[in-house]
Design a protein around this ligand. Sequence first.
Ligand code: NAD
Ligand code: UDX
Length: 482
Amino acid sequence: MKKFNRLEIKKICCIGAGYVGGPTMVVFADKCPLINFYVVDINKEKINAWNNEDLTKLPVYEPGLDNLVKKCRGKNLFFSTDIEKNIATSDIVFISVNTPTKTKGIGAGKASNLMYVEECARQVAKHAKNHTIVVEKSTLPVRTAEVIKTILQEAQNNRDNKHNMPTFDVLSNPEFLSEGSAIKDLNEPDRVLIGGESEEAIDLLSKIYKNWVPKERILHTNIWSSELAKLTANAFLAQRISSINSIAALCESTGADIREVSRAIGSDKRIGSKFLDSGPGFGGSCFKKDILNLVYLSNHFGLPEVADFWEGVVEMNNWHQHRISKLIVQKLFGTISEKKIVILGFAFKANTNDTRESAAIQICRDLLEEGAELIIHDPIVDKGQIQLNLDNDKTLTERDKNHENNYEYQGSWNFTNQLNTVFDDAHAVVILTEWEEYSDLNWISISKKMQKPAWIFDSRLIVDTKKVLEANLKLWRIGDGT
Ligand code: NAD
Ligand code: UDX
């Protein structure tokens, strides 16, 4: 049987309609009007939300996403729960499902849980009809492609009808987009990485990207380098944040200012100025998960020193978040019991509705343990999401989960998306996400509403120091030892 029935790719299916699968296929559809894109997911609610006429109800909040969905949906972009049919009729299947850290069994707490990826491979093996290029879009441990290949091969051996059996190529094409700037990152990627063995399959995937990405930015590697490069990129980025946050603590003790230190070191071209903003610690679904995965792999391959080195990046991040909670308690005279504290921002960074691993989760939990009465504001994240993050403890047993209020704090929390009333009688304001609207608050009028002495804790360095101090407020800023 001829491997490729046609040289043109006509239809692409992406399994997983999440933060990566959704925006990625939306941009692909915009750039490749002659190809049909089907984004499929087991989650019906999510697919309904992607199909919602009201574009403010899309499941992913990303600047620019709504306009592109409006432009392509129903033309060459479709969202569906019909996974089988769309696998069967596609030339390329992207696997873009979640790969969370394992919570149980071997490697729990570090290794990636590959059950969703494995399930996808089995579905492709079962339903594919022609030659199909299977592309790993999810971030995966090194050598996962081997698992996928084995599943595809074994499933074929078990097919009843041995005639006209599909054939497969497996490629690794990790995604480097950042949430909040996903559309821009996808439109103008620094590089596109394609790892694999089959030159023919690599060329076909490259040809799609060449519709908008300059060819010198499309890198071909072997499949294992591609898988490892993705984990390494995230580990290096996260390491920069732990590095700058560790120095921020030192700045506070020594009279230095982290912004001046960042500027000074970032002017060195070898270091570069990006990703040097001190903050409340890195969040997001990727950094912690991917570093822990690297730690697990390093141990697995008998390299405990390498594992320890990278684990330090996550430990520093955890320590840093607890450090912020502790100093809030200290500044408020050692007790925050029954004190009203305003939390500004719950998303893990601005311009996204994603809260996974947000620093706000750990810091709010610490403050709730101390008995604070939190009032949480976020312009995009909704209350239900915060409830899942604060009140659902993953470490609880199944039995405990059956009880409604399964997480008992000393304190309590409430949510609002109205900024005008949130400051009444508050003892402190803690800025955790750098939403633009928090950088231009009227501190004089806020000060009048708060209990004195009133503290502003700025973990994102976005407030105007002069205006806060002139409003008779006390100010702590991350990394500001002056
Ligand atoms: P997500 O949780 O937002 O989306 C994953 C989707 O896959 C979910 O909607 C889930 O229902 C669906 N799914 C799971 N199993 C399925 C199955 N068998 N069939 C159909 N659908 C299934 O996850 P995400 O943030 O999009 O991340 C996906 C992958 O991309 C992960 O490996 C992640 O590490 C990687 N990644 C994420 C980002 C990011 O910024 N979020 C960036 C680069 C890479
Ligand atoms: C990251 C990678 O950047 C991206 O390439 C990869 O594909 C997925 O993981 P993301 O997690 O979406 O993207 O956002 P990112 O901008 O990297 O921020 C991660 C965390 O680091 C956020 O909590 C952010 O606030 C924090 N951060 C980032 C800082 O504290 N300081 C910085 O200078 C940059």
